[in-house]
Each structure stands twice: as C-alpha cells, then as structure tokens.
Ligand binder design. Structure first.
Ligand SMILES: C[S@@+](CC[C@H](N)C(=O)[O-])C[C@H]1O[C@@H](n2cnc3c(N)ncnc32)[C@H](O)[C@@H]1O
Length: 272
C-alpha cells in the first residue's frame, strides 16, 4: 500500500526538522486549524484523531475545546515538540496509510496538510474512515494547484537565481495522484465512502518575518528545501538575494511579509 520512493523521501525530508518546521511552515499551516475542527464537528468530550499532527497545532486547539486527542505523526522530532503542547500520553508514532487503532475508535479524524505527504492518498483517507465511528466526521486540508502566491514565490526565487533543480523530484505515482481542486479532493473523500462531502477554498494572508519563512527551506524542509539542499553555497546565497527581491512587493512597513495563500478544506461523514 505504501509507495516506497515517495514515502521514503518524506521520512528523510522531515527527519529531525521539527524546530525549523515550527518556526516556518507551521505558521502557514495554522490558519485553517479552527475551521478544520469545525468541519469535523469537534466539540467537548469528543475523541479526536489528529493525524500528521506535526508540532501539535490542531491537536492543541482541539484539547482546548475539551476534546480528548490522539496526535499521530510519522516523525519522532515532531512528536517531541507536540508532546510539550498536549496532555500526557496524547502522541503516537505511526505512519499513514496504516494506523495502530481498532476500527471505529474515534468520533472524528482530521489531517491538516498531511495527505499531500502520503504516497497513497486514497489509502490514507480510507484508513481515517476505518478508524472513525459511524456517524463521525473526517476533515482534511490540502494545498491547491496551481500553487498560491506564498508557495509560488519559492519557484520564482530559484528561477531568478538560476538554481538547477535536482534531476528528479519525488512525485506520486500517476495512478495514485488526484486533481488538487475542490472537485478532486471531494472525489477522494467520496471514494472512501464518506457521505455529504463538502469542499471549500479558504484564502488568507500569511504574516511572517522573512527570516522565519526562509528558515524552513534553509533547513531542508519541503520541495523548496530539497532544491536548496541541491545547490552549492554560492547559489544558496544567490537564491537568498532573489528571495528578498521577489518577496519585496509583499513587505509591509514593519519589515514583515504579507503573503497571500489558500487551501482546500474538505469534510464528510461516516455512514451509520
Ligand atoms: C505540513 S506538516 C503538517 C503538520 C500539522 N498538521 C500542522 O498543521 O502544522 C505534515 C506532517 O505530516 C507528517 N507526515 C508526513 N507523512 C506522514 C504519514 N505518512 N503518516 C503520518 N504523518 C505523516 C510529517 O511528519 C509532518 O509532521
């Protein structure tokens, strides 16, 4: 069920990088967290699975709502940070699409920007459906294609600096890929048997210090980090200069960046 190349790349890319993630991309991913919990109907007393919890943003918000939370991630350094933000024994090391829970364990399951990191997204959603009880809900977020401005600017900085891309970038097998659109994500959830599937596009502006936004790829995170890792130091310096240039139109008076972005947010219910 795993896609060894893609999933293997993911394990290596996230390995030991939780602090850099927390400083950079976690701020981007935090925006739709409350809407994700709303879409999953998460409330006081519910038993929630937050899969791909990262440094625990969504799980901590759910715990603050009074839900009992199980926070899963495939990367130990993420769980170390998440554990500092969550009740004792809330974290579990596990890797989609295989979760170590009996069927129907949770009232709701959520994944904030996670299924795009799994080699078999359909199997991942099917696994969330398996561990969620009848009548429960599932909600997920995903980056749309084409990429929103905040993410697209990385490519512009690489192009402006003449940075060579690695010969091959990890890609999903074509048969396992799906359109990163409202209808594409809806179809993925419907394919797992979910009912009443809804998907919307959530748009916002990420306000972040330019050095914090740079810190993620500089530490090797994401596709931008993979490309940056591939460059000699002189080109990294050129990419940084190009990054400052392409992001200049998005600088605010206080020196922060205001980067427009958007995400797909989809949810559906388990049939009784
Ligand atoms: C973009 S981060 C999102 C983290 C968090 N949900 C948030 O909102 O900040 C993706 C997370 O998914 C985890 N991840 C990637 N592939 C996974 C898999 N197959 N199973 C479980 N977690 C995975 C990564 O380790 C990382 O922590």
């Amino acid at each position: 069920m795993m896609s060894p190349d893609f999933d293997g790349h993911e394990r290596a890319r996230w390995s030991g990088r939780a602090r850099a993630y927390d400083r950079s991309f976690a701020r981007l991913c935090a925006h739709p967290a409350e809407a994700l919990l709303d879409a999953a109907g998460v409330d006081k007393g519910h038993h929630l699975l937050d899969v791909g919890t990262g440094t625990g943003t969504v799980a901590a918000l759910a715990a603050a709502r009074g839900a009992s939370v199980v926070a899963v991630d495939a990367e130990p350094s993420m769980l170390e940070v998440a554990a500092t933000r969550l009740p004792a024994r809330a974290t579990v090391l596990a890797t989609l699409p295989v979760l170590p829970f009996p069927a129907r364990s949770f009232d709701a399951s959520v994944g904030n920007f996670v299924i795009n990191h799994v080699g078999n997204p359909a199997a991942a959603v099917a696994e969330l459906a398996r561990v969620t009880r009848p009548g429960g809900r599932i909600a997920v977020t995903l980056w749309p294609a084409p990429a929103p401005t905040a993410q697209r600017l990385w490519g512009e900085a690489f192009d402006a600096a003449g940075a060579e891309r690695p010969a091959s970038l990890p890609r999903l097998e074509a048969a396992k890929d799906f359109p990163r659109t409202e209808s594409g994500l809806s179809a993925l959830l419907e394919g797992a048997g979910l009912a009443g599937v809804r998907c919307e596009t959530v748009s916002w502006t990420l306000h972040i210090d330019p050095d914090d936004w740079w810190a993620g790829p500089a530490a090797g995170l994401g596709t931008a980090g993979l490309i940056l890792d591939h460059q000699p130091p002189s080109v990294v310096a050129e990419v940084r200069a190009a990054y400052d240039e392409v992001t200049a139109p998005y600088r605010t008076d206080d020196g922060m960046l205001a980067l427009p972005t958007s995400a797909l947010l989809a949810s559906g219910g388990l049939r009784h």
